[in-house]
Every structure is written in structure tokens, then in C-alpha cells.
Design a protein around this ligand. Structure first.
Ligand code: RB5
Length: 150
């Protein structure tokens, strides 16, 4: 599985932890976004990279990190084919997969600690989409995309 992980400056340190964690688990990782915690880097640019990689099929999943996990989630959700939730605990990560078939999660580096973040990341990859009634709802979301997104 190939994963794009990108952050702004606020998410840089957590991004490095997440990348290290995924590489240790055998994932193929595309790292993008901020090159340092000290030099401002817009979460918009980082989010676009994650979304474009996943929407194009270059990566299977994405992890988008900023200070709150909110701004970058807004950005990635502006892309057709992307379903991203900001997760602050493992339950949210599991449900984002199980109920929403999320292909990206957003993390807030100023909100959660490293251990919680890595637990969220593991849950995101462990959980499967449940389908059934949830597939009906995800298909409704896809229909919205057809209506409003190019
Ligand atoms: C950067 O200061 C901060 O605004 C950004 O990381 C994020 O929290 C935006 O939603």
C-alpha cells in the first residue's frame, strides 16, 4: 500500500513520526509538504498534494497533517473522490473507514500527542469499509460530487 503523508510547518514533527512509523510497518510512503517546523508552509499546498495523489491513484491512501487537522481536511475534501475526516482518537479513525470509506485522514499536531496519533494511523489501516447501508450513503456522497465537482 502506498501512502502520501504531507503536512504544513505545524504538522512537521508529527509527519516525521508518522512517516517513520509507516516505513517500519512496510508501507510505501510519499512524503510531502513542509521541510521544517520553522519555515511557514501553507496547509493548502500540503493538502492539495495529498488529495491529488489519492484522487489520481498514485497513492492508495493519504494522511494530512496541520496544527488542528481542520484546515487541511477542508482542503482535501474539496477534491473529487476524496473522503477525509479529522480524527482525534482511534474510534474516529475506525469509523471513518467502516462507515465513510475514508481514503484520507487528517491529524491535528497541536491537538493530539504522538502515541495517540500513531494509534489513529494504525486503526485507519486496520479497519475495512462495512459496505451495506453505509455504501448507500457513500454513493449518495459520490452523486453529490458528480453534481458539484468537475
Ligand atoms: C498554522 O498556524 C495553522 O493555522 C494550521 O496548521 C492549521 O491548524 C489550520 O487549520
Amino acid at each position: 500500500m502506498r501512502v502520501t503523508v504531507a503536512s504544513d510547518h505545524a504538522g512537521y514533527d508529527l509527519k516525521k513520526k508518522v512517516v517513520e512509523h509507516l516505513l517500519a510497518k512496510g508501507f510505501e510512503v510519499e512524503e510531502a509538504g513542509a521541510l521544517s517546523a520553522d519555515v511557514p508552509y501553507d496547509y493548502v499546498e500540503a493538502g492539495i498534494k495529498v488529495a491529488e495523489d489519492v484522487a489520481s491513484g498514485k497513492s492508495d491512501r493519504g494522511i494530512a497533517i496541520c496544527g488542528t487537522g481542520i484546515g487541511i481536511a477542508v482542503v482535501v475534501n474539496k477534491h473529487k473522490g476524496i473522503r477525509c475526516g479529522t480524527c482525534t482518537n482511534e474510534y474516529m479513525a475506525r469509523m471513518s473507514r467502516c462507515h465513510n470509506d475514508a481514503n484520507v485522514i487528517a491529524l491535528g499536531a497541536r491537538v493530539i500527542g504522538y502515541q495517540v496519533a500513531l494509534g489513529i494511523v494504525d486503526a485507519f489501516f486496520e479497519e475495512e469499509f462495512a459496505g451495506d447501508r453505509h455504501a448507500v450513503r457513500v454513493n449518495e456522497i459520490k452523486a453529490l460530487e458528480e453534481k458539484y465537482f468537475k
